[in-house]
Design a protein around this ligand. Structure first.
Ligand SMILES: [Fe+2]
Ligand SMILES: [Fe+2]
Length: 198
């Protein structure tokens, strides 16, 4: 599928101009982050375009479709089914768009909660989703600038901002996100254990 056909299909499947415009901005920023950090921009752009395929699904549909595909749903996901749109989205990217690139699928899976082990491609997509210019929160531009300069520093600062946001609203943080924060805070401790091949 060429990029124009892919964009048209994503637009049709997202059933909302607002969400489509978001994924286009994420794809564009992921492309730019990728070029700045020696990551394949085409893979970053593809993951950006497909990362939110299940974002508009209801909690019931997310749980049902995840179960149908044999995805093991953890306790945090049961309490917060919306986060399943990332893992389910990777399955939809495979099924509907024929994506077999495990690195691209991994980036889609980790785009919401992050993880203790993230590849540069995972990081680029996570940061692009968090920092795309349609999210007008205070400090966004500074985080974007940092992410262009240094991926790990960008991850640490963006994860910290995200967790501060959640805490300020009394919302629960996922274990994966806390593990990611720990890994970026203590890179020397976990070095080697977190090398991600994809
Ligand atoms: Fe998302
Ligand atoms: Fe998104």
């Amino acid at each position: 599928m060429n990029s124009t056909a892919l964009a048209q299909e994503v637009r049709a499947q997202l059933a909302g101009e607002h969400r489509y415009e978001h994924v286009v901005r994420v794809a564009e920023l992921a492309d730019r982050f990728a070029r700045a950090h020696g990551v394949d921009p085409d893979r970053a752009r593809l993951a950006g375009m497909l990362h939110d395929l299940a974002r508009l699904y209801s909690a019931e549909r997310l749980l049902k479709e995840s179960a149908q595909r044999g995805l093991v749903v953890d306790e945090f996901e049961l309490r917060n089914p919306i986060v399943l749109h990332a893992r389910l989205g990777a399955e939809l990217a495979r099924e509907r768009f024929g994506v077999n690139d495990e690195g691209v699928l991994s980036a889609i899976r980790k785009h919401t909660l992050a993880a203790a082990a993230m590849s540069p491609l995972d990081e680029v997509v996570y940061l692009a989703d968090s920092l795309e210019p349609g999210r007008p929160f205070a400090g966004r531009e500074a985080l974007e600038k940092l992410a262009f300069e240094n991926l790990s520093a960008g991850m640490l600062a963006t994860l910290s901002a995200s967790l501060t946001y959640l805490a300020g609203r009394g919302l629960e943080a996922a274990p994966q996100t806390l593990a990611a924060l720990d890994r970026y805070r203590n890179p020397a401790v976990t070095k080697g254990a977190t090398t991600c091949p994809i």
